[in-house]
Design a protein around this ligand. Structure first.
Ligand SMILES: Nc1ncnc2c1ncn2[C@@H]1O[C@H](COP(=O)(O)OP(=O)(O)O)[C@@H](O)[C@H]1O
Ligand SMILES: [Mg+2]
Length: 366
């Protein structure tokens, strides 16, 4: 798989590689809604609203509601709000899998869209009628934030499951905005878990054990479990790989996109050999696609050539709506269902739901 890292050879497209650090010439593109913005505007922390203009595809009612919201000033996670009604995505209701499909969303690089993909894909699947559980295994707790779940230190969380042997059912919270979506939050307590787990017997299997026990006892098993990983290949990520059936890798359509991918693939192979023979790299999602750059389409072509069976047809565009939704404690699916980002995640969810799950050895199956 070493050739997989060959994308972005400095000889071809070096100038495009730095396009996001420069002023991008404006050019209308059919694939690019007006909500897209360069990344220095996207992702401002702290619950502040952003400067992106309304999405071209957004109906007036939604735009009006958004204008009223913006006029009301910054929204914090604590602000009481009504549950928004989310329109069912195209293709809904999605077919239900025969058994719970467990996706480990991994990439040891930070900032490639793991968390964004976990929460938005989960919300899109839930909007399509599936029951979905997100397990946050990143001590930063970004997935928990985006799903509107309290994750202050001390809140019952995945830490209690991994380190204190708490049953998963005790730490599953309902997501306030999306019916059918639940979440096991991560708190900052988890930051110490990598070290605390070192002395445990079968320390790599703790999440798998907890998930299996949960699926055996819960009244209505989720159709999907999406595990959001931290940006590392440590014990937390290993636990996530061992608990999963399928790996979903988000790949950012950027210059260094595939750098480090061969290491990730080697780690997955190692997990398959020693700890979880059924684990399959089933899905790759291209994120932060920017139709204005040749580089983005080069990355897309390259990844599709290397992984023709894994890459989803849907590609997630760079979109300010996607990046600002978490500061409202929401996924983009509830925050702005008509935005280009929400529609892309809905398409990805529909694909995921209709692609067959890889065969699982019955002995290991859940
Ligand atoms: N499609 C997108 N458009 C715009 N910003 C995005 C998009 N996907 C992710 N982001 C932003 O990029 C940053 C990193 O994404 P995140 O999902 O947290 O990555 P990771 O979990 O891999 O570290 C976040 O600020 C997020 O809001
Ligand atoms: Mg993350």
């Amino acid at each position: 798989m070493d050739e997989a890292t060959g994308v972005g050879d400095p000889g071809d497209g070096r100038s495009a590689a730095f396009v996001h650090d420069t002023v991008i010439p404006e050019q209308a593109s059919p694939e690019r809604g007006e909500d897209e913005t360069p990344p220095d505007v996207a992702g401002t922390p702290g619950g502040q609203l952003h400067t992106g203009s309304a999405d071209a595809a957004t109906p007036d009612a939604v735009t009006g509601a958004r204008a009223a919201e913006e006029a009301a000033g910054p929204v914090t996670n604590e602000a009481p709000r009504e549950r928004p009604s989310i329109p069912p995505p195209p293709g809904a209701p999605f077919p239900r899998p025969e058994r719970t499909r467990i996706f480990t969303i991994a990439n040891q690089k930070g900032g490639v869209g793991k968390t964004t993909t976990a929460v938005n894909l989960a919300a899109a699947l839930a909007a399509g009628g599936s029951r979905v559980l997100v397990i946050d295994t990143d001590p930063q707790g970004n997935a928990s934030t985006a799903l509107g779940i309290d994750h202050r230190a001390g809140v019952p969380s995945v830490y209690d499951v991994l380190v204190e042997d708490a049953p998963l059912a005790e730490v599953v919270h309902d997501c306030p905005d999306v019916p059918g979506l639940t979440c096991v939050p991560a708190t900052i307590d988890l930051a110490g878990a990598e070290i605390e787990l070192v002395s445990f017997v079968a320390r790599e299997m703790r999440l798998q054990r907890a998930v299996r026990a949960y699926l055996e006892t819960v009244a209505e098993a989720p159709d999907y479990i999406l595990i959001d990983c931290p940006p590392s290949l440590g014990l937390l990520t290993i636990n996530a790989f061992v608990a999963g059936h399928e790996v979903l890798i988000p790949i950012q359509c950027e210059y260094y996109a595939l750098e480090g991918l061969s290491m990730l693939l080697r780690n997955i192979e190692m997990i398959q050999r020693h700890l979880n023979p059924d684990l399959r790299l089933s899905t790759i999602l291209l994120t932060m696609y920017d139709a204005r750059t040749r580089l983005s389409s080069q990355v897309v072509d390259e990844v599709r050539n290397h992984f023709p069976d894994q890459v989803l047809r849907a590609t997630v565009p760079r979109s300010v709506r996607v990046s600002e939704a978490p500061s409202h404690g929401q996924t983009v699916i509830s925050y702005d269902p008509a935005s280009t980002g929400a529609l892309a995640y809905c398409r990805a969810a529909a694909e995921l739901a209709t692609r067959p799950a890889p065969a699982v050895n019955e002995r290991n199956a859940q």
